[in-house]
Design a protein around this ligand. Structure first.
Ligand code: WTA
Length: 664
């Protein structure tokens, strides 16, 4: 049954936007509120009165092999421990307990391949595969505590691999498939991974990328890496190094189909996920077992109002980012949800593929990034309007602030004005959603993530004094520990303290975002305060990109900033000084972009490159990125008197103007 197409033109949208900004608040629809799992605001008071008791209640929803003795051990703060003494297993909670309770026939994932292939995987099937692969990992010499790298595309085996690691207590280190092999190597080296699970080839919009071949080019001499396990997904011939490389299907076929879930301490490491910080070296965020699963399952249940018997839930992220870890894999499986998993891009085989998938599987809950919504706006409402989206009842966003126009389009064109929108703010470090509406309780305001989740406390502190602000803009902090928080930076405990707890002490987690609170106490997250840029919801450090650019032989020096971008939220702009008298041309631009793609990944390539004879530096030689940002955004320049050579700025201003004129 097709719904009436609702065409929305750009002009209409602008008109509606003006009205929308006057409405200001959107109450949950009465019908939604009535049926919601949580619809009484008293839940916030209950949690605030005794956060430990509230979190213990959430933890009790999981199956524990042994109960905990202490909810929170803060004796070594900020190295917090949750549910100490307790033992559990994440894969048991995600699979076995559902199968034991008779829910084995429920679909865990409706998997859909790029070319339309379909595979429904039930909980019972997933459990059987996970057990086999867990046995196979053991056969390959992987033991509890060994780090296992995972570099896989969006195929079911990525979930199997993660859960098999969790089953035997081997922390995984997943690297997003869009990262280059060199970036994978670096992450394997930092974490001293013993094995890497990868694939012969990956589907990329109708083409096949030869993944194993690329991995071989860089991984050869990494002594710590003893095994490479290759999933045969796309029939790409691979060179297999004897003694090191094995095929996934072959080791699974030879493995014991039984593998009991290992009872693990609540604080046993579940995974490391590298993310960008202020320096070129990525930070290894470490998450553990009991607290993490408590946080992701509770937030997944309540933020998405999950009814596992009837909902079809789709988080359209990639498993390689934290959103995928928490809300494609661990949260949904712990809650026994039926999810959709889509292998490909939002515009292949055509720009309507997302909406075709929603219609086909009857998706009820959709969770995606504002960047994707902006792309859909550009492609036009005809694509979604060509499909029946009436199954949808709740929409979510994550990864970056959502601009009101995108919010409105999501609300009208996708949600037919019937679906609450949950704008969820959180980070790799927080493990789970921290600031978010509860869809049956909270009145939303487009662009605001609204209020901390029950049991979470947040504040905005004045930049100068560090005093909490009732209203106004400053630094976002989270007060006190929460169960799914990172435990440390892997192998860098000093950096953990320095980055998050040095400024305000071990009770106050410094987020790294600027935020505003309005007269109603709502939180509006503005963006990063450090040298981290957010391109299409992908987190990148300017230092990381700079160091990739200077690896190009023609480059002497580079400074990178994030510039506001209508499509991607932020775009990377690089100011580059070449060696000697070299002149930059198209060829150099392509060369530098290729170097960045090779070192980090295609998504990190600069959108604009501006040649300059020098960069604005202080007398002590520090690059003043603030001035570069001012120039790029066309703002009046701030104080330039501290510059070593103020003349640099006028040359740069001219160059930026030239470039903008060319683009127009
Ligand atoms: C930004 C992604 C505004 C923020 C889950 C944060 C957001 C960084 C939102 C974390 C949101 C995430 N509104 N900004 N709803 N969600 N951010 O680690 O700057 O990849 O610090 O985790 O994304 O990015 P990360």
């Amino acid at each position: 049954m097709a719904t009436e197409p609702k065409q929305v033109s750009g002009e209409e949208l602008d008109h509606d936007l003006a009205e929308l900004l006057e409405i200001e608040r959107f109450e949950p629809p009465a019908e939604f509120r009535e049926r919601a799992l949580l619809n009484d605001p008293a839940v916030y008071e209950e949690a605030a009165r005794d956060p430990r008791a509230w979190w213990a209640k959430q933890a009790a929803e999981l199956d524990w092999f042994e109960p905990w003795d202490t909810v929170l051990d803060d004796s070594e703060a900020p190295f917090y421990k949750w549910f100490t003494g307790g033992k559990l297993n994440v894969s048991y909670n995600c699979l076995d307990r559902h199968v034991l309770a008779g829910r084995g026939e429920r679909v865990a994932y409706h998997w859909r391949g790029e070319e339309g292939q379909e595979r429904d995987i039930t909980y019972a099937e997933l459990l059987a595969e996970v057990k086999r692969f867990a046995s196979a990992l053991k056969d390959q010499g992987v033991k509890k505590g060994d780090v296992v790298g995972i570099y896989l595309p969006m195929i079911p085996e990525v979930v199997v691999a993660m859960l098999a690691c969790a089953r035997i207590g081997a922390p995984h280190n997943v690297v997003f498939g869009g990262f280059s092999a060199e970036a994978v190597r670096e992450r394997m080296e930092f974490s001293e991974a013993k094995a890497l699970i990868t694939v012969d080839g990956a589907a990329r919009k109708g083409k096949t990328a030869p993944v194993k071949e690329r991995v071989d080019e860089v991984m050869g001499d990494l002594a710590t890496l003893q095994k490479i396990i290759v999933v045969r997904s796309k029939d790409v011939p691979c060179e297999m190094r004897a003694g090191r490389d094995v095929y996934y299907d072959e080791i699974c076929a030879a493995a014991d189909p039984e593998c009991e879930a290992e009872p693990l301490d609540a604080e046993h490491p579940l995974y490391i996920l590298y993310t960008s910080g202020s320096t070129a070296k990525p930070k290894g965020i470490l998450h553990t077992t009991g607290g993490y699963l408590t946080g992701v399952s509770a937030t997944h249940r309540y933020v998405f109002d999950l009814k596992p018997e009837s909902d079809v839930y789709w988080c359209a992220a990639d498993v390689g980012w934290v959103t995928g870890h928490s809300y494609i894999v661990y949260g949904p499986l712990a809650n026994g949800a039926t999810s959709v998993m889509w292998e490909g891009a939002p515009d292949y085989p055509n720009r309507g593929i997302w909406w075709e998938i929603v219609e086909h599987y009857g998706v009820t809950i959709l969770y995606c990034a504002p960047t994707a919504i902006r792309a859909c706006i550009k492609w036009g409402a005809d694509w979604p309007n060509g499909h029946d989206l009436s199954s949808l009842r709740l929409l979510g966003t994550v990864g970056e602030p959502i601009n009101p126009k995108a919010w409105l389009w999501y609300h009208k064109v996708i949600g037919s004005e019937q679906c609450p929108i949950v704008d969820t703010w959180w980070q790799t470090e927080t493990g789970a959603i921290m600031i978010t509406p509860l869809p049956g309780i909270t009145a939303t305001k487009p662009g605001s993530a609204t209020q901390p989740f029950p049991g979470v406390a947040a504040q905005v502190l004045a930049e100068s004094s560090g005093e909490p602000l009732e209203e106004g803009q400053g630094l976002l902090v989270l007060n006190g520990p929460w169960p799914s928080m990172l435990r440390t930076l892997y192998k860098e405990p000093e950096r953990y303290i320095e980055t998050y707890f040095k400024r305000f002490g071990s009770e106050t987690y410094l987020v790294g975002d600027a935020a505003r609170r309005d007269k109603d106490g709502y939180f509006w997250v503005i963006g990063r305060i450090d040298d981290v840029v957010n391109v299409s919801g992908h987190r990148l450090s300017t230092a990381e990109v700079e160091s990739a650019i200077v690896a190009h032989p023609d480059v002497a020096e580079a400074a990178v900033i994030g510039q506001h971008d209508e499509d991607t939220g932020q775009a990377i702009v690089a100011f580059v000084t070449l060696q000697g008298d070299l002149e930059g041309d198209e060829h150099t631009v392509e060369g530098i972009r290729a170097t960045v793609a090779e070192r980090i990944g295609k998504f990190a390539r600069p959108k604009r490159m501006i040649w300059t004879d020098d960069l604005p530096k202080t007398r002590s030689g520090k690059i003043m990125r603030r001035l570069l940002r001012d120039i790029a955004e066309g703002r009046a320049l701030g104080d330039v008197t501290t510059l070593r050579d103020p003349a640099v700025m006028s040359q740069l201003e001219d160059r930026v103007k030239e470039m903008q004129a060319q683009e127009d």
